[in-house]
Design a protein around this ligand. Structure first.
Ligand code: CDV
Length: 348
């Protein structure tokens, strides 16, 4: 039985430090409307989608820093939060699901780099994810350096990698009251979430693979410039640096989709923020064999759309990546027991 879903990545071009939430929201709603007009049942937005990518600034003014975060008391509260409610309301009107990233401030004043999955059909936030691999510095390496300061502003995500089922996307799915014994791949679709740097780590994807994920959703903000923390290994031009960044983005999305036999959607913030911070585009939809089936053609606001059949995941899950048959977890202990590199002893 086909398990067809129409999906879209809503790529967002430049958003400057001076851009207002209202103007960004207007662009996001326009992208949502145009994805819905193509028939999208799910639209994925980028990491920290409502504002410019603020962790690049060193804020001396705490009030300004806090102004980039959304208050979130859990449950449905983000969908009701006054700054961002119009996007969720529009998704509800259109009956389209959305996945969107934002800076989360909890009632206790904790800060996370977060994304939620909101079902436009039920009007509920059905999953929340907090970024696990938070990159960058706590303090700039020299005064007022404009570098990646995510570690300064966000705690490490504490929700793990919880896959979730999404209701209402695929008709005729098995429910908990079924009498069938083999339910694998027949229930409501199984999704997972990752945020930007997470996508580079196979450790982020495998927990989803092990929960049978059929689609992994990713929002990102990735520098095109070679002057940030992830420098290319050799000196190259700005254009080559951007190509290299795009290559590594594609490599991460394609390989991990293949190795976990799942589709993936990545949605980026891109373009030249403040006229000087270059972010790559390359928002994409990748199939469970690792092929890019749709990709952004611009570094501006753009909808990337595809109709995907989640049934295609079964092939890899039953074959080359049949985990139940082929994985050898007794040999993988080092992955969770050890954090950094420990080289073998030096030779005599
Ligand atoms: N927002 C990110 O996590 N960006 C990182 C950069 C810093 C390398 C990324 O992995 O794209």
């Amino acid at each position: 039985m086909p398990r067809t879903v129409k999906v879209a990545a809503a790529q967002i071009g430049s958003v400057h430090r001076t851009s207002t939430r209202a103007s960004t929201m207007e662009r996001m709603i326009k992208l949502l409307d145009s994805a819905a007009a193509k028939g999208a049942q799910l639209v994925v937005f980028p990491e920290c989608a409502f504002t410019t990518f603020f962790p690049r600034y060193l804020f001396h003014d705490k009030e300004e820093m806090e102004s980039y975060f959304e208050d979130d008391a859990g449950g449905n509260s983000i969908a009701e939060s006054k700054n961002v409610k119009p996007l969720f309301d529009r998704a509800r009107e259109l009956q389209v699901d959305i996945w969107v990233g934002y800076g989360e401030r909890t009632p206790e004043g904790r800060h996370f780099n977060t994304a939620v999955y909101y079902s436009g059909r039920t009007g509920e936030v059905i999953s929340k994810y907090r970024k696990t691999h938070v990159p960058g510095f706590v303090d700039p390496p020299f005064p007022n350096a404009e570098v990646h300061l995510e570690k300064r502003y966000f705690e490490t995500g504490d929700l793990g990698f919880q896959a979730f089922r999404v209701p209402g996307l695929v008709p005729g799915t098995l429910k908990a009251d079924t009498t069938e014994s083999d339910t694998e791949g027949k229930g409501d679709p199984i999704f997972g979430s990752l945020i930007c740097n997470d996508r580079r780590w196979p450790e982020s994807w495998r927990p989803y693979g092990l929960q049978g994920a059929e689609l992994v959703l990713v929002g990102f903000n990735t520098n095109g410039k070679a002057d940030d923390i992830y420098k290319p290994r050799r000196p190259i031009s700005l254009e080559d640096a951007r190509k290299e960044a795009l290559f590594h983005h594609r490599l991460a999305m394609q390989y991990n989709s293949y190795a976990n036999s799942c589709f993936s959607i990545s949605a980026g913030r891109c373009g030249m923020d403040d006229g000087k911070f270059d972010l790559i585009g390359g928002s994409s939809i990748v199939d469970s064999d690792g092929h890019i089936i749709a990709e952004a053609a611009t570094v501006d606001d753009e909808v990337v759309f595809a109709e995907i059949d989640l049934e295609e995941c079964r092939k890899g899950k039953k074959d080359i990546f049949n985990f139940g048959v082929n994985r050898q977890p007794q040999s993988y202990g080092i992955i969770t027991e050890q954090k950094g590199v420990v080289e073998p002893k030096l030779l005599a």
